[in-house]
Design a protein around this ligand. Sequence first.
Ligand code: ATP
Length: 359
Amino acid sequence: MARITLDHLAHAYGPAPKGPQDYALKEIDHVWEQGGAYALLGPSGCGKTTLLNIISGLVRPSRGRILFDDRDVTDLPTEARNIAQVFQFPVVYDTMTVRENLAFPLKNRHVPADRTAARAEEIARLLDLTRVLDRKARNLTADMKQKISLGRGLVRSDVAAILFDEPLTVIDPHLKWQLRSTLKEIHRLLDITMIYVTHDQTEALTFADKVVVMHDGAVVQTGTPEELFERPAHTFVGHFIGSPGMNVLPCRVDGATAYLDNEAIKLLRAYPALRQGQRIELGIRPEFVQLQPKGFGFPARVRRIDDIGRARIARVEMAGRAMSASVPDNVSVTGDEAALFFDTRHVHIYADGHLMAGE
Ligand code: ATP
């Protein structure tokens, strides 16, 4: 196991990058602590797979270094990095049994036969593969084959880290939940650094202790699921995480008051560091904006109310800005005129997309 450090890492696929727009990864500094369960979360094309391939050695970065503890591995090939990888699609030997498939990575490294057999059985038990241990892989379903791939990734106990690249893509939806919590459980038992790439926030938030959010080739925030929800460091994180995401509303701030046109929202802190002409936005999650009958808060117009199972969410307009608000169980609104109550403890101010610290 190792702590993995990315030091000023950047990568462009093309031969002569001219500016930031030509880089798939832009100047990443990041530390993956030993033994952590990390999710690497971001929309399609933000650079997750590129980053994973750089850690494993499949791609050499254009700039910067990768360290495993204090050892610089930037120029080492994949085989010399001691990394296990699980991909989107099953990588199994069809003609081998499940047992042989699980044992393969250990046999390859000349681990004694008795230890290999015991470890293969342990991993099979954790993934609920015991009853098919002596079946040929080719006779099994795609779900089962992907479980074998997971098992092959998990079987070595001496790896620096295990990298998962959207490993549940081919898994049947009803099995996904189960397998996700199985992986989490396995992480607790094995205590190996795991980095799990996904664009699915539910998958990231249920698997990880720490979520690393990427946007446009950069890491924009690393935090626990609670931190990402409570204090998004960037408007992108607030918007990307949550269902629906955080409201991001252009505003003007004067001292400890935010103005949405003429509606004044008292803030808990003042923001004297804001510069004249800076692009400023107020962020608040729909969970902390409550729809109320007309007259009980800021005037708003209701466009529609959706029942999303665990809550009712209203699409509303206030001071010319469209946003989402939650509708408390005891509130019924007739017509389209209503009011909004903002829980100011959960209001954040962003300048040029970045969270501002108030004073
Ligand atoms: P996805 O979730 O769709 O796999 P991702 O977040 O993993 O996306 P990457 O696959 O790392 O993102 O891609 C990042 C950027 O680099 C994208 O603009 C992509 O088009 C580009 N890219 C990726 N691989 C290559 C390649 N081999 N050659 C050229 N450009 C590439």
